[in-house]
Design a protein around this ligand. Structure first.
Ligand code: ADP
Length: 139
Protein backbone atom coordinates (compact mmCIF):
# COMPACT_ATOMS: atom_id res chain seq x y z
CA UNK A 1 0.00 0.00 0.00
CA UNK A 2 1.48 3.36 -1.00
CA UNK A 3 2.13 6.08 1.55
CA UNK A 4 -0.44 8.79 1.04
CA UNK A 5 -2.19 11.66 2.73
CA UNK A 6 -5.51 12.54 4.26
CA UNK A 7 -7.00 15.74 5.62
CA UNK A 8 -8.55 16.16 9.06
CA UNK A 9 -10.19 18.79 11.22
CA UNK A 10 -10.66 18.65 14.98
CA UNK A 11 -14.10 20.26 15.00
CA UNK A 12 -15.33 23.09 17.30
CA UNK A 13 -17.06 20.72 19.77
CA UNK A 14 -13.86 18.78 20.46
CA UNK A 15 -11.85 22.01 20.76
CA UNK A 16 -14.43 23.47 23.20
CA UNK A 17 -14.34 20.28 25.27
CA UNK A 18 -10.55 20.32 25.60
CA UNK A 19 -9.84 17.24 23.47
CA UNK A 20 -7.21 18.60 21.07
CA UNK A 21 -4.29 16.97 22.89
CA UNK A 22 -5.96 13.59 23.36
CA UNK A 23 -7.06 13.45 19.71
CA UNK A 24 -3.62 14.38 18.38
CA UNK A 25 -2.14 11.69 20.65
CA UNK A 26 -4.51 9.07 19.18
CA UNK A 27 -3.63 10.19 15.66
CA UNK A 28 0.14 10.05 16.13
CA UNK A 29 -0.03 6.83 18.18
CA UNK A 30 -1.85 5.24 15.22
CA UNK A 31 1.15 5.98 13.02
CA UNK A 32 0.05 9.14 11.22
CA UNK A 33 2.71 11.77 10.59
CA UNK A 34 1.54 15.39 10.75
CA UNK A 35 2.79 17.13 7.59
CA UNK A 36 0.74 20.34 8.02
CA UNK A 37 -1.26 21.77 10.92
CA UNK A 38 -2.98 25.02 11.93
CA UNK A 39 -5.38 26.42 14.54
CA UNK A 40 -7.94 28.48 12.69
CA UNK A 41 -11.63 29.37 12.40
CA UNK A 42 -13.78 28.86 9.32
CA UNK A 43 -15.85 31.76 7.98
CA UNK A 44 -19.42 31.04 6.84
CA UNK A 45 -18.22 31.18 3.24
CA UNK A 46 -15.36 28.74 3.99
CA UNK A 47 -17.73 26.23 5.59
CA UNK A 48 -20.32 26.55 2.80
CA UNK A 49 -17.60 25.91 0.23
CA UNK A 50 -15.92 23.08 2.15
CA UNK A 51 -19.25 21.25 2.63
CA UNK A 52 -20.79 22.30 -0.72
CA UNK A 53 -21.51 18.65 -1.54
CA UNK A 54 -24.07 18.67 1.31
CA UNK A 55 -25.79 21.94 0.37
CA UNK A 56 -29.13 20.31 -0.45
CA UNK A 57 -29.19 18.26 2.75
CA UNK A 58 -31.58 19.33 5.53
CA UNK A 59 -28.72 19.65 8.03
CA UNK A 60 -26.59 21.98 5.87
CA UNK A 61 -27.45 25.19 7.77
CA UNK A 62 -26.85 23.51 11.12
CA UNK A 63 -23.54 22.08 9.86
CA UNK A 64 -22.31 25.51 8.71
CA UNK A 65 -23.36 27.11 12.03
CA UNK A 66 -21.58 24.40 13.99
CA UNK A 67 -18.37 24.40 11.98
CA UNK A 68 -18.01 28.19 12.23
CA UNK A 69 -18.87 28.69 15.91
CA UNK A 70 -15.30 28.40 17.18
CA UNK A 71 -11.76 27.44 16.26
CA UNK A 72 -10.73 24.16 14.70
CA UNK A 73 -7.44 22.35 14.20
CA UNK A 74 -6.83 21.55 10.51
CA UNK A 75 -4.12 19.07 9.55
CA UNK A 76 -2.74 16.97 6.72
CA UNK A 77 -1.68 13.48 7.80
CA UNK A 78 0.60 11.00 6.08
CA UNK A 79 0.63 7.21 6.42
CA UNK A 80 0.32 4.11 4.30
CA UNK A 81 -3.33 3.80 3.28
CA UNK A 82 -4.03 7.10 5.06
CA UNK A 83 -7.61 7.82 3.94
CA UNK A 84 -9.05 4.42 4.79
CA UNK A 85 -7.04 3.91 7.98
CA UNK A 86 -8.01 7.36 9.25
CA UNK A 87 -11.72 6.71 8.60
CA UNK A 88 -11.33 3.51 10.64
CA UNK A 89 -9.59 5.44 13.45
CA UNK A 90 -12.35 8.08 13.67
CA UNK A 91 -15.30 5.67 13.41
CA UNK A 92 -18.82 6.06 12.02
CA UNK A 93 -20.33 9.52 11.38
CA UNK A 94 -22.85 8.87 14.17
CA UNK A 95 -20.91 8.29 17.42
CA UNK A 96 -23.71 5.99 18.62
CA UNK A 97 -22.72 3.64 15.79
CA UNK A 98 -18.94 4.15 16.07
CA UNK A 99 -16.75 1.23 17.13
CA UNK A 100 -15.25 1.12 20.64
CA UNK A 101 -11.97 3.01 20.90
CA UNK A 102 -12.58 5.20 17.85
CA UNK A 103 -12.16 8.97 18.18
CA UNK A 104 -15.85 9.64 17.58
CA UNK A 105 -16.89 6.97 20.10
CA UNK A 106 -14.59 8.57 22.69
CA UNK A 107 -15.09 12.27 22.01
CA UNK A 108 -18.19 12.95 19.86
CA UNK A 109 -21.63 13.71 21.22
CA UNK A 110 -23.96 13.50 18.21
CA UNK A 111 -24.13 12.82 14.46
CA UNK A 112 -23.71 16.55 13.83
CA UNK A 113 -21.18 17.40 16.55
CA UNK A 114 -18.90 14.49 15.88
CA UNK A 115 -15.46 15.78 16.94
CA UNK A 116 -13.43 15.13 13.80
CA UNK A 117 -13.45 15.20 10.01
CA UNK A 118 -11.61 12.72 7.80
CA UNK A 119 -11.47 12.85 3.99
CA UNK A 120 -13.43 10.09 2.25
CA UNK A 121 -11.17 9.61 -0.81
CA UNK A 122 -7.66 10.39 -2.05
CA UNK A 123 -9.09 12.97 -4.46
CA UNK A 124 -11.02 14.73 -1.68
CA UNK A 125 -7.98 14.58 0.62
CA UNK A 126 -5.98 16.53 -1.99
CA UNK A 127 -8.80 19.05 -2.57
CA UNK A 128 -9.44 19.56 1.15
CA UNK A 129 -5.74 19.85 2.00
CA UNK A 130 -5.28 22.49 -0.71
CA UNK A 131 -8.36 24.34 0.57
CA UNK A 132 -6.66 24.92 3.94
CA UNK A 133 -2.92 24.97 3.24
CA UNK A 134 -0.51 26.69 0.88
CA UNK A 135 2.31 24.57 -0.51
CA UNK A 136 4.88 26.19 1.77
CA UNK A 137 2.86 25.11 4.85
CA UNK A 138 3.04 21.42 3.93
CA UNK A 139 6.20 19.55 5.04
P1 ADP B 1 -18.44 12.06 7.45
O1 ADP B 1 -17.95 13.32 8.15
O2 ADP B 1 -18.43 10.87 8.39
O3 ADP B 1 -17.77 11.79 6.13
P2 ADP B 1 -20.79 13.03 5.96
O4 ADP B 1 -19.86 13.40 4.84
O5 ADP B 1 -21.99 12.21 5.66
O6 ADP B 1 -20.01 12.30 7.16
O7 ADP B 1 -21.31 14.36 6.66
C1 ADP B 1 -20.47 15.47 6.86
C2 ADP B 1 -20.74 16.04 8.23
O8 ADP B 1 -22.07 16.57 8.27
C3 ADP B 1 -20.71 15.03 9.37
O9 ADP B 1 -19.41 14.72 9.84
C4 ADP B 1 -21.55 15.74 10.43
O10 ADP B 1 -20.81 16.75 11.11
C5 ADP B 1 -22.63 16.39 9.57
N1 ADP B 1 -23.81 15.53 9.45
C6 ADP B 1 -23.93 14.39 8.72
N2 ADP B 1 -25.16 13.85 8.85
C7 ADP B 1 -25.84 14.67 9.68
C8 ADP B 1 -27.17 14.68 10.21
N3 ADP B 1 -28.04 13.71 9.89
N4 ADP B 1 -27.54 15.68 11.04
C9 ADP B 1 -26.67 16.68 11.36
N5 ADP B 1 -25.38 16.74 10.89
C10 ADP B 1 -24.99 15.75 10.07
Amino acid sequence: MATNRTFTMIKPDAVENGHIGAILEKITAAGFKIVAMKYTQLSKRDAQEFYAIHKERPFFGELVEFMTRGPIVAAILEKENAVEDFRTLIGATNPAEAAEGTIRKLYASSIGENAVHGSDSNDNAAIEGAFHFAGREIF
